[in-house]
Write a protein that binds this ligand. Structure first.
Ligand code: GSH
Length: 226
């Protein structure tokens, strides 16, 4: 299997939140794969074979699957004998989409100036041209004026803080797809930004520590950028 991922100047450090959830899902299923690193500006041409303009793309034999949700479903359906990624697939799908607006978007605005620093020079112009319309200001303005987006992000973390006071994983005793989708977002932030986005005493911090230890610590190996 091959998993296409997004990298910055350091080609060994993939940071896409969408790819990280699939790395965790592959580990959950116990499947081996080879990583193919891509810069932003390489994605379109490199993935035209899969008719995709975004990572992750997974190639498994003759099958090329794009989009993180479709990849998770593909893995579940193709490898039913391996541990299941879902307790409840429709609930996981709803979670997948809820995450995008409630957490990923405000976090993106909070760390976009930091992401800009880690991406490769060849990607900077493309990143600015495509991302500034999304955040409706310049990357530099977002970097200076991040209090509001960080406050929205932290406010939207509230249900998770409540949940992890008493529960170890969204999956119950073991993590499932929703844990990986949420965790991927924190790895994205850790790999690109030095900002503190979760307070130490928040129960989410303990869940992140548990997630860091899963599958030989594949996520835990991601160092907070200085
Ligand atoms: N819906 C997609 C979103 C994936 C996505 O947005 N990936 C970003 C990297 S984090 C990407 O490949 N962007 C390419 C670009 O902006 O040109 C999924 O869940 O797989």
């Amino acid at each position: 299997m091959k998993l296409y991922e997004l990298v910055g100047r350091d080609k060994t450090k993939g940071f896409s939140p969408f790819v990280w959830r699939i790395k965790m899902a592959l580990a959950h299923k116990g499947l081996d794969y080879e990583l193919v690193p891509l810069h932003f500006t390489e994605i379109k041409d490199a993935l035209s074979f899969a008719d995709s303009k975004t990572v992750p793309v997974l190639v498994d034999g003759d099958h090329a699957v794009s989009d993180s949700w479709d990849i998770a479903c593909y893995l579940e359906d193709r490898y039913p004998g391996k541990p299941s990624l879902f307790n409840d697939r429709p609930a996981a799908k709803l979670f997948h989409y809820q995450l995008a607006q409630t957490l990923l978007m405000p976090l993106f605005r909070t760390i976009v100036a930091d992401i800009f620093k880690v991406i490769d020079d060849q990607d900077k112009e493309y990143f600015r041209a495509t991302r500034e319309p999304r955040i409706k200001c310049t990357i530099e303005q977002a970097g200076e004026d991040l209090e509001e987006s960080l406050m929205i992000f932290k406010g939207n973390l509230w249900p998770y803080s409540q949940f992890f006071k008493s529960d170890d994983y969204i999956g119950g005793d073991n993590p499932v797809y929703q844990d990986y989708a949420l965790y991927g977002m924190f790895l994205w932030a850790r790999a690109t930004s030095s900002k503190k986005i979760v307070d130490d005493e928040d129960p989410i911090a303990n869940w992140i520590m548990r997630m860091d230890q899963c599958f030989g610590g594949i996520g835990g190996q991601v160092q907070k950028i200085k």
